[in-house]
Design a protein around this ligand. Structure first.
Ligand code: SAM
Length: 213
C-alpha cells in the first residue's frame, strides 16, 4: 500500500506544523526563529524514520536540529518519533535536499549528518550520492567555516568513495572509525538502519570531516 498519496499523511504533516516546517525555503537565513532558543544548528539529510534526530534532540537540548527527508510516508514516522520524544529542539522538512543553498544561508549550519545515505552503486548514478562534489559545494556554502560533517554507513564502497571525494575536494579528515560498535560509545545515537545492520554483525563505518583543509 502506497502511503505517499494518502491525504491523511498530508493532513498529519500539516497538523504537526510546530514540528514539520511547511515552507522551508521561506526560512533561509532565519531558521533560528523557528526554535525556542538561538543555539547551534545541526542538519541531518535523509532523516528516515527519525530515531537519530529524535534521540539527538533529547541528548542535546543545547542544539537545534533540522532533519530533511524527501519521502512523505517515511517522514510521518519521524514526526511520531519527535512527538514521542517530547523534545522541542527538532524540526523536520519534507523536501529533496538537492537545493540546500535555497533553504539555508551561507554559514547558517554548524554541523551536518549523513546517516546511511543511499549508496547509488552504479557509476551512472554517481551524481546522486550525497558525497558527490556538487553536494560538497552546497555543504561548504551552508556550513560555518569550522563546521563539520559526520557520516555513518554500513556500505564500505560508499564509505571509501566518500573519503576519496572529501579528499579530492581538499577537505580534512578529522576522524575515521572502521567498526563503530567495536567499543561502546555512550554518546552514539543509532539510526534505524544502523541497528538493523549492526544487529546482523556488519561493521558500521563513521567519519568526521571538515572544510578546514
Ligand atoms: N538515515 C536513516 C537511517 O539511517 O535509518 C535512513 C536511511 S535510508 C537508507 C536513506 C533515507 O534518505 C531515505 O529515507 C531517503 O528517502 C532519504 N533521502 C535520500 N536522498 C535524499 C535527498 N536528496 N533529500 C532528502 N532525503 C533523501
Amino acid at each position: 500500500m502506497r502511503l505517499r498519496n494518502k491525504p491523511w499523511a498530508d493532513d498529519f504533516l500539516q497538523e504537526n506544523e510546530a514540528i514539520v516546517v511547511q515552507e522551508p525555503f521561506a526560512h533561509k537565513n532565519s531558521w533560528q526563529n523557528l526554535f525556542l532558543q538561538h543555539q547551534p544548528l545541526h542538519l541531518e539529510i535523509g532523516t528516515g524514520k527519525g530515531q537519530f534526530i529524535a534521540g539527538m534532540g533529547n541528548q542535546h537540548p543545547e542544539i537545534n536540529f533540522v532533519g530533511i527527508e524527501r519521502v512523505k510516508s517515511v517522514i510521518v514516522g519521524a514526526v511520531k518519533k519527535v512527538l514521542e520524544a517530547e523534545t522541542e529542539n527538532v524540526r523536520l522538512v519534507n523536501e529533496n535536499a538537492r537545493d540546500l543553498r535555497d533553504m539555508f544561508g551561507e554559514n547558517e549550519v554548524d554541523h551536518l549528518y549523513l546517516n546511511f545515505s543511499d549508496p547509488w552503486p552504479k557509476t551512472k548514478h554517481e551524481k546522486r550520492r550525497l558525497t558527490y562534489h556538487t553536494f560538497l559545494e552546497q555543504y561548504q556554502s551552508i556550513l560555518k567555516p569550522d563546521g563539520e560533517i559526520t557520516l555513518k554507513t554500513d556500505n564500505q564502497k560508499l564509505f571509501e568513495y566518500s573519503l576519496v571525494s572529501f579528499s579530492h575536494f581538499g577537505m580534512q579528515i578529522e576522524e575515521v572509525q572502521l567498526d563503530l560498535h567495536e567499543y561502546s560509545d555512550p554518546l552514539n545515537v543509532p539510526t534505524e538502519y544502523e541497528e538493523k545492520f549492526s544487529g546482523k554483525g556488519q561493521p558500521i563505518y563513521r567519519c568526521r570531516v571538515s572544510f578546514k583543509g
